[in-house]
Design a protein around this ligand. Structure first.
Ligand code: SF4
Ligand code: SF4
Length: 72
């Protein structure tokens, strides 16, 4: 399981990137932030809740990656 960032909503404030314990969040070539689904552990073992969601100032910007997004 992993979290994902809605690039339409992200205002590139850098808050989440600094909080991620696994360094799963990076700045991509579009000038937006993204979460590596293979590195994100939803903060399990580090915090009680996803820290990126806790610090993100934009409601609904970071959400859980839907299971069906894995299907291809
Ligand atoms: S949920 Fe935690 S591990 Fe995943 S991207 Fe957010 S801060 Fe990083
Ligand atoms: S905290 Fe939210 S708005 Fe700020 S860079 Fe991260 S995803 Fe974008």
């Amino acid at each position: 399981m992993a979290m994902q960032i809605d690039k339409e909503k992200c205002i590139s404030c850098y808050a989440c990137e600094q909080e991620c314990p696994t360094k799963a969040i990076s700045y991509d070539e579009d000038g937006k932030f993204e979460i590596d689904p293979y590195t994100c552990v939803e903060c399990e073992g580090f915090y009680e809740e996803p820290q990126c969601v806790a610090v993100c100032p934009v409601d609904g910007c970071i959400t859980r990656l839907e299971e069906n997004k894995w299907a291809f």
